[in-house]
Ligand binder design. Structure first.
Ligand SMILES: [Zn+2]
Length: 115
């Protein structure tokens, strides 16, 4: 699963792990996620499933389209800021693969947001 060639799938796994790290630390949830984080995860998985770039997707931080709704975007930024660095020792393989993706994958040439 982790080495799955599907980047969308891998990013879905990563975001779930990041939200779990965040929820455990900030909301003291030790099994599953709190209601708020469950909603955020559901939203994030749906955004990835609908990403128009599919397997050519850039990492979200470099994407020209900000597809998140404002309130969800604010929440996921806080989660990523907290959980991102922690992914390196909790899920090093995922973190390294994501780093490589961030170097080599750019949005399709000529693409501009709003098209
Ligand atoms: Zn939570």
């Amino acid at each position: 699963m982790l080495l799955s060639p599907s980047r969308v799938l891998r990013e879905q796994v990563s975001i779930e792990k990041m939200i779990t790290i965040y929820c455990r630390a900030k909301h003291q949830q030790y099994s599953g996620l709190c209601a708020e984080c469950s909603l955020l995860l559901e939203y994030a998985l749906q955004r990835l499933a609908r990403c128009i770039f599919r397997e050519k997707k850039p990492v979200c931080a470099k994407c020209p389209i900000h597809c998140y709704r404002k309130d969800m975007r604010d929440k996921i930024i806080v989660v990523m800021r907290y959980a991102g660095p922690r992914m390196l020792y909790k899920h090093p393989l995922l973190a390294v693969l994501h780093l490589i993706d961030s170097w080599k994958t750019t949005p399709p040439a000529g693409y501009r947001a709003g098209k």
